[in-house]
Design a protein. Sequence first.
Length: 219
Amino acid sequence: MLADSLKFERQRQEMVLKQIESRGVSDPKVLSALRKVPRHVFVSEALRDQAYGDFPLPIGEQQTISQPYIVAEMTQALEIKAEDRVLEIGTGSGYQAAILAEIAYRVYTVERIRTLYFKARKLFDQLHYHNIITKYSDGSMGWSSESPFDAIIVTAGAPDIPDTLVQQLGLGGRMVVPVGNQYSQDLIKIFKDESGRVRKMNLGGCRFVKLVGEQGWGE
Ligand code: SAH
């Protein structure tokens, strides 16, 4: 089931060239992670042939795996170093966490839908991602016992920047979070400098499923 055929390998290299590098993502660590992680195993068998297309795909429970370019853009914006500990809110298929795990020291990822949580956990084990720590809960409140984090990525759209997550960001830390209404959001990058001052930057429009929870939308 996890076989990486030559066909998928070719589609993946083409995806990186035509969708990612051509649009200006240039961080070599991000590009090499995208060339390596077998995106097709993170979607259902019926959708495998579309896994390397330039669009998001359904992963069940009305959730989606993000378009490859968005994954690349968000990962690059996090400026991850090899020793970094990264928090992800919204494990979903697990693809973004796997990309992060190729670059970071350790990835903590939280998912609130049980079936998705278990599916992703199983994949991480099968693919030997021993540096991915998973949790089944409302991630809008972060993971305080493991904070501070060097980087935080929220892969679901929030009504506002979740304060609790900004608090769990270490000095010098970076965070990306889609903020807006339920139909469209802006991708906001937050940088916490060494004195604890927070700066915000708008990276442009995006469209994510809802962040549901205490610091997100209601059910
Ligand atoms: N990063 C994922 C994208 C998943 S879509 C991937 O690579 O596939 C967003 C995910 O966020 C969904 O699975 C959804 O259930 C989850 N989510 C939404 N609100 C959440 C919350 N408060 N805590 C944890 N996960 C949440």
